[in-house]
Design a protein around this ligand. Structure first.
Ligand code: ADP
Ligand code: MG
Length: 220
């Protein structure tokens, strides 16, 4: 699924830079990435999602070399292949739960919003205990509920690659457990690969692999 070779990236000439000599992640596997703040975890997810482009090296996702794709091709790749769960959720305050879940379909023409997608959204909401709250503004939800909306939004298009950036940060133990369980279950159902940055030691045994970032990434 993911094959990285001699990847290099930097934020401008003097900014933080990183190098990943080699990293492979098997299709359908679930991988947790741990590491201290500022070590490059979010930057790495941004590279895997095609948000940032490597300066050199290869980053193959599903057989496509992201570094060789232009801006619009990487955007298409992201929309079709990647579900990103952001650390701060990135929900839209003035939209309700349903609209937030459907957002990728509302802003990307290549995702077609039809009756089947609307039904899937309701099924997904039901599976995470949000079916009673579909018409509520997201500002009226608890943090744990907001996280589940972000999870549903990332999963709804059926992405082959799910990237999650500290998805349980700030959640109590029960909610953290619940989010991880749902993430794992849904990923397994659609055969998606999961790369999840997390500090939650108690949740690590849910993953096929746990990688400390310094074992594969060198700051430059
Ligand atoms: P982590 O997620 O592991 O905490 P990040 O990948 O967010 O680490 O950041 C790694 C380093 O890159 C930090 O030193 C941070 O200040 C820097 N950095 C992050 N984002 C940017 C950016 N957009 N522009 C410049 N530097 C950045
Ligand atoms: Mg981060």
């Amino acid at each position: 699924m993911i094959q990285i070779e001699n990847l290099e990236f930097a934020y401008g000439a003097a900014g933080f830079g990183l190098r990943i000599p080699q990293l492979s992640i098997a299709a359908g596997s679930t991988v947790a990435i741990t590491g201290p703040s500022g070590s490059g975890k979010t930057t790495m997810l941004s590279l895997l999602s095609g948000i940032f482009r490597p300066a050199s090296g290869r980053i193959l996702v599903n057989g496509r070399d992201l570094g060789a794709l232009g801006e619009s091709e990487r955007r298409r790749f992201r929309i079709r292949t990647v579900g990103f769960i952001f650390q701060n959720f990135e929900l839209i305050d003035y939209l309700d739960v349903r609209e937030n879940m459907l957002l990728p379909f509302l802003i990307n023409r290549s995702l077609k919003l039809n009756a089947a997608v609307r039904r899937s959204a309701e099924t997904l909401a039901d599976s995470v205990g949000l079916s009673e709250k579909l018409n509520r503004p997201v500002t009226q939800l608890s943090r744990g509920e907001q996280q589940r909306v972000a999870l549903c939004r990332a999963l709804l298009p059926g992405p082959r690659l799910i990237l999650a950036d500290e998805p349980t940060a700030g959640l109590d133990a029960a909610n953290a457990e619940r989010v991880m369980e749902q993430l794992g279950e849904h990923a397994a159902r659609i055969g998606a690969t999961v790369v999840c940055v997390t500090h939650a030691i108690s949740l690590l045994d849910r993953f096929n692999r746990v990688l400390e970032i310094s074992t594969f990434l060198e700051p430059t």
